[in-house]
Write a protein that binds this ligand. Structure first.
Ligand SMILES: [Zn+2]
Length: 168
């Protein structure tokens, strides 16, 4: 061949450091990463690529990833499921207050005013407490959602790599 030797620099699929793929590497040949030692197979398609030769560790990682996704899904649905409790508490408090007022038929006057203020303060404190729990829960939900999304895209990437490696 008269053309100058073709040299490709392809990032290692594990550590991302560059692996030099010279012309002598044919499609399907094995090449090792100089930095981390991960073995790859050379893919010569419309461009030169590298896929991981030994998919065993990736399959293990995928199993772990699937477990993580399942755990996060469970935690997320648990966090979402316990959302209604605080709101129910307010509803019960309101029903209780209404019940007290209608049943006891307190006479109009100072006593009623003071008890009304008492109810307002108590329900205000309750609302604050619920609001605090609500925010904490919302934070937990958004954190679980984020982690779940990350884990899912990681799983997609792993599956893709395993599929690619299987084709060579
Ligand atoms: Zn590497």
């Amino acid at each position: 061949m008269a053309a100058p030797a073709e040299v490709h620099r392809v990032p290692c699929s594990h550590c991302r450091s560059e692996i030099t793929v010279t012309e002598q590497y044919a499609h399907g040949d094995h090449i090792k990463c100089g930095s981390c030692g991960t073995k790859h197979k050379v893919v010569r398609g419309d461009r030169v690529r590298l896929v991981i030769a030994d998919v065993g560790p990736m399959k293990d990682a995928l199993v772990q990833n699937e477990q993580l996704v399942q755990r996060l899904e469970a935690e997320l649905s648990h966090a979402r499921g316990s959302f209604g409790i605080g709101v129910n508490g307010i509803g019960i408090a309101v029903i209780y207050a209404l019940y007290q007022v209608t049943r006891n038929e307190a006479p109009l006057g100072k006593d009623l005013l003071w008890s009304a203020i008492g109810v307002a303060v108590a329900s205000g404190l309750l609302l604050e407490a619920v609001n605090y729990l609500f925010l904490a829960k919302r934070k937990a939900i958004s954190r679980f959602s984020e982690e779940l999304e990350e884990a899912r895209s990681e799983g997609v990437l792993l599956r893709q790599k395993i599929r690619e490696a299987g084709r060579v």
